[in-house]
Ligand binder design. Structure first.
Ligand code: NI
Length: 174
């Protein structure tokens, strides 16, 4: 957080099929896998181009009842809210290590852009799926999640949150 590449809007990709873009995508897939995260934007690897990728793991499906989403690579993304409804939920970010915060996001969106083969891609998303896409797209607009928070009292170290959740669980049930 604070690096100039993360603070400025990324540039459009003119030709998704260009070898340097295909190489960037391969590098980002590797970085995402190494990170253990679920999403990554090109600006997070210091490349100021509009490329993002994410997936929604099946484990998340069990929690929310939503469908898992396979690894999706989106170039030149556009996000359109489909309702005014906002939801708060926890987010974390590779560029803001160790922290988590509750971030309001649109619950329902349509996102579109180009796939790596240049084909137009457009999907409707809701809940966690919509959240992940908004988080990653924000990186390309020069924003990290704390800038979207409306209640900074929920910005918390991940370790501290874990302590608190463990302590709550340890309490005897009444
Ligand atoms: Ni992030």
């Amino acid at each position: 957080m604070g690096h100039p590449v993360l603070k400025n809007p990324a540039a459009r990709v003119e030709d998704p099929s260009a070898p340097e873009i295909q190489q960037l995508i391969r590098d980002m897939i590797e970085t995402l896998a190494d990170s253990g995260g679920i999403g990554l934007a090109a600006t997070q690897v210091y490349v100021p181009l509009q490329v993002l990728m994410f997936y929604v793991p099946a484990a998340r499906m069990a929690v929310t009842g939503e469908a898992a989403v396979p690894l999706t690579i989106l170039i030149n993304p556009v996000i359109e809210p489909l309702s005014e409804i906002m939801e708060d939920d926890w987010e974390a970010c590779l560029s803001v290590p160790g922290l988590m915060g509750k971030v309001p996001r649109f619950r329902d969106i349509r996102y579109s852009g180009q796939a790596p083969d240049g084909q137009f891609l457009s999907r409707q998303a809701t809940g966690y799926h919509a959240r992940v896409v908004q988080h990653e797209a924000d990186h390309l607009f020069g924003r990290v999640y704390p800038q979207r928070m409306t209640d900074l009292s929920t910005l918390i170290f991940r370790e501290e949150l874990k302590h608190q959740l463990d302590a709550n669980r340890a309490q005897p049930e009444e």
